[in-house]
Write a protein that binds this ligand. Structure first.
Ligand code: BGC
Length: 637
């Protein structure tokens, strides 16, 4: 008993001693890191500071502006916040926020050009009312035109542009998209996409141009140049984003960290040699072409999420490739799957992420960054580097020198519509043409049309249109494929349409049936699908149509090649139309020979799912031959 008392007294003294030493150490650390220091008073801006002088070099302007900034002001520049997360508009000023975004589907109440402009102007006015008047980047996913606005020109999704292989056309699309974005005040686009999809089960195949790095480089550079072209009379351009760095397109089935998904946000199995030889070259090329923002993907490589890959982000991109812009993380990408969001922030910033797409909780981010800096976990140098990069891009993009955004640009002009129509026509891939049934004669007496995608503009636009997961129906601006069929035929041709192919039993067979079938819109992991096939309703519609027509041409509207090996032999003609966007009628221009078929497959078309994934040299997983190889496409030129 006694012994015990002596022991417990001794251990109490020891405990006291240890805790005092720990407390003294913590105090010293806090004192040395300036934890108790007062933040410097807001500095008054000098009259005519160097950074507002357009004649100075960007480097001089950045250094000058940085020298005035408090830590809080710097941290604000590193946050990217979804506009609906703002608790009040004054938070832009209070938190010195540097960038906002509209996540896909997030729009102003008045979803018009004017509605967007007024909303973004208010945000900009708030940002510019701070003492340093730093303008905002306002980002959006205009990945196939400014498609969240109902009146926008909606271009084919990237996979369709890959099928055109036409860099000049893609550059013009970049320019037109920039013009529509600037008309609404958006100055940052989260495109082009440099992913290389090798597995059609992935829900993001259509966002990419191709699985061939050469085609990806060619088209993404062209698109970026289009976006970032300064126009006469305009001081600024729309900043492009090369995404998603790195190795997206090869993630394994069932590896997703998101419990709802299978491939998206999964693990990239490539070794470093493959990452470098296949995935890195498009980034090297686009950086040389002027890319100033790169989005870090939500995938994992080896044991680590991409946001934590310091060697790739800092050593390779910023070091080896000489990237002078900033790295932005993807949606919640820094914090996804982490319990300790403080350390998640610390690790990602130290790995090289410069701007964090939070996208919600900027208050906690600010607190965490302040604490991490005071504890010496994130150095001043790292913060200064990140902020200098962001400011560099703001100066280069012309944000400080512009008077008013977008006043001179076109929204949805006849030129943009014509461009989209050309893109649709060039994107079509003719896969089967038995007895040269295509192009169709416009003078056939009776043509029957069936299928769920024939008269549905929402479906032909795919996702990232008005809403993240797309919309259904014909209430948005555009033309349906059916309307194009009707426009293309002569006065003596009758066109009958029934979505399910239910035509009258008694009437004669049509000389031609056109089945326009396809996928319902989907975005990201929600489109991961083990067996991407046509749905039963569309398959039945084709059968019904065949019962009422001599021959049938099938047009597939989809974000990826579909598994059709069991059906294709029964069809006389087959066309891959991808996701053509708002100008669906142009599909019919090619069916009826007013324009030729010139498109080729931007990705191999597999025969069955055991072939997935398919390698760059088109080796399938089970060693069998694909249904159609990459770059296959018949022409009617
Ligand atoms: C996607 C990105 C997109 C971002 C912002 C993420 O979910 O992965 O491609 O740019 O959201 O909307």
């Amino acid at each position: 008993m006694k012994k015990l008392t002596v022991r417990s007294k001794r251990s109490k003294v020891a405990l006291l001693l240890v805790s005092s030493i720990v407390a003294i150490i913590i105090l010293i650390v806090f004192l040395r890191t300036g934890f108790f220091d007062q933040q410097p008073e807001s500095l008054m801006v000098l009259p005519n500071p160097v950074y507002l002088d357009e004649r100075k070099s960007t480097e001089e302007r950045v250094a000058d502006l940085l020298s005035y900034m408090t830590l809080e002001e710097k941290i604000g520049q590193m946050a990217l916040v979804e506009k609906d997360s703002l608790q009040k508009i004054e938070d832009i000023r209070e938190y010195h926020l540097g960038a906002l975004l509209s996540g896909s589907g997030s729009k102003p109440k008045d979803n018009t050009v004017e509605g967007w402009r007024m909303m973004i102007d208010r945000f900009q006015t708030e940002a510019k009312s701070t003492r340093l008047q730093i303008p905002l980047f306002y980002g959006s996913d205009a990945i196939h035109g400014h498609a969240h606005v109902p009146d926008a020109t909606v271009f084919p999704h990237a996979i369709g542009l890959g099928a055109t292989s036409n860099a000049r056309l893609v550059k013009s699309i970049g320019e037109a998209t920039a013009s529509e974005l600037r008309a609404t005040g958006v100055n940052w686009n989260f495109a082009p996409n440099l992913d290389q999809p090798q597995d059609i089960r992935w829900g993001r195949v259509y966002e990419a141009f191709s699985d061939d790095p050469e085609l990806v480089s060619k088209l993404s550079v062209a698109y970026l140049e289009g976006l970032q072209t300064k126009k006469r009379g305009e001081d600024s351009y729309v900043l492009g984003t090369a995404k998603h760095f790195l190795g997206l397109g090869t993630m394994g089935w069932g590896t997703s960290l998101n419990k709802n998904f299978k491939i998206d946000q999964g693990v990239t199995p490539a070794d470093e040699a493959l990452l470098r030889s296949r995935y890195l070259p498009p980034y090297a090329e686009i950086i040389d072409a002027g890319a100033l923002s790169i989005m870090v993907g939500l995938n994992t490589w080896g044991e680590k999420r991409m946001v934590l890959q310091k060697e790739l982000l800092t050593d390779v991109v910023k070091g080896e490739l000489g990237f002078k812009g900033f790295l932005v993380s993807d949606w919640y990408g820094v914090h996804e799957g982490r319990n300790d969001i403080f350390m998640a922030t610390v690790e990602a910033i130290n790995a090289g992420v410069d701007m964090v797409m939070l996208p919600f909780d900027y208050q906690t981010f600010t607190e965490h960054m302040l604490l991490a800096n005071r504890l010496g976990l994130i150095s001043d140098e790292r913060i200064n580097d990140a902020v200098s990069r962001i400011l560099y891009v703001k100066f280069e993009a012309g944000l400080f020198d512009e008077e008013k955004v977008g006043t001179k640009t076109n929204f949805s002009s006849p030129e943009h519509t014509a461009l989209a129509q050309t893109a649709v026509a060039e994107s079509l891939v003719l896969l089967k043409n038995e007895q040269d049934i295509l192009p169709l004669s416009p003078n056939l007496p009776l043509i029957r049309v069936a299928g769920s995608a024939a008269d549905n503009i929402g479906k032909q636009m795919g996702a990232w249109s008005i809403e993240w997961q797309g919309v259904d129906g014909n209430w948005v601006k555009g033309t349906s494929i059916l309307s194009g069929i009707k426009d293309n035929v002569g006065p003596n041709t009758k066109v009958e349409f029934n979505e399910l192919g239910n035509f009258s039993q008694t009437s004669r067979k049509a000389s031609m049936g056109i089945a326009v079938v396809g996928e319902k819109p989907y975005a990201e992991g929600w489109g991961d699908k083990e067996y991407p096939t046509l749905n039963e309703t569309d398959l039945q519609a084709i059968k019904n149509l065949q019962a009422h027509s001599e021959k049938v041409v099938v047009v597939i509207v989809s974000g990826r090649p579909l598994l059709i090996k069991n059906e294709i032999d029964r069809w006389e003609g087959l066309v891959a139309a991808w996701l053509p966007g708002s100008e669906g009628a142009s599909v019919a221009d090619v069916l009826f020979g007013n324009r030729p078929f010139v498109g080729t497959l931007p990705v191999p078309w597999p025969r069955h799912s055991e072939q997935l994934p398919i390698s760059l040299d088109e080796k399938t997983a089970d060693g069998t031959a694909v249904l159609f190889p990459r770059y296959y496409g018949r022409t009617t030129e």
